[in-house]
Ligand binder design. Sequence first.
Ligand code: ADE
Ligand code: ZN
Length: 356
Amino acid sequence: MSAPIELASPLGQALEALPKVELHCHVEGSMRPHTVADLAAKNGLALPVDDPTELYAYDSLDGFLRVFWLVQSTLGDRGDWARLAYESALDGAAHGLAYRESFFTPARHLAAGQDLAEIVAGLDEGFAAAEAEAGVRVQLICDFDRDFGHAVAEDTAAQLVALRRAGATGIDRVLGVGYDSTEIGQEPDWYVEAFRTAGAGGFRRTAHQGENSGPDAITACVDLLGAERIDHGLSILDDPDVVKRFVDERIALTVCPNSNIRIANAYADLGEHCYPAMRAAGLVATLNTDDPALTDLDLGYEYRSVAGAFDWSWDLMVDVALDGVEACWLEQDDKAALRDRVETARNSLRPSPAPS
Ligand code: ADE
Ligand code: ZN
């Protein structure tokens, strides 16, 4: 079994403090267990257990999604979204998060009668408070939930475009759209219209694919949906031509190695993960947590565990962080500033070798 670099070690401390970018994290999947219980009680939702962490063991992506959906259901109003966003950003900052593009997936809440403008405004309020307090920055990606189908996705895309035209509170924080949830029984081409509407309205595009589907589906996301990044993309290595294209065009993957073990059950141990093969192939394979609170992860641990499993050096891990900067959707000036910050940290945080 591979072991993470210990937090107390010089390399562990440096990886924790390294300013990190995260491009694949679901805000609902970062809800503190205590908050899950609190919001469930507040909103009259009966949980099957007192301690929600008792539910956090998964046999498959679809098994995980049943728990994720329950956690999502605890969010009842704008204030709940604000609390979630605030705590999520603070918890990220505690492990060196500098910048995150965070998913939110509102289909379930919209179906229950919540208003997209209120959800966006609540998230904006919470992130703004955390930004002021902790210096972290968070922007948003609105994910379509494939479980609700393409017609709902099309309607949500149209609503986002309308909110942007109206200059709704917080909508500037929503940079893009994507889709997530189950891949089984789904085809990317069903979502062409939703992604086209969002793209025409100025939203960037990404897509969860290749967690439970093959490389053809990954290619379809790029060609049919206009995806600029792929979330997970695990199956890409099955097709060398798709790998070559992603390398040549520098289309990024947002990889979540520990999630692939704890959620998708795709590997028994991190040491078996294809992440090193992805990076050796020259892919822009960024490092992310996915659903940190539902999998007992944080971004510092993600970096420490990858460094430990593959015996990667400080400089290699800084290069991983820099790929996150390259793949993010910040404006060029902000991106350059973030790149400088990471490069400065490469030297200022460089762990001294253990005394011999
Ligand atoms: N929603 C939250 N986490 C997810 C994942 N890993 N895959 C698909 N949908 C998700
Ligand atoms: Zn995800």
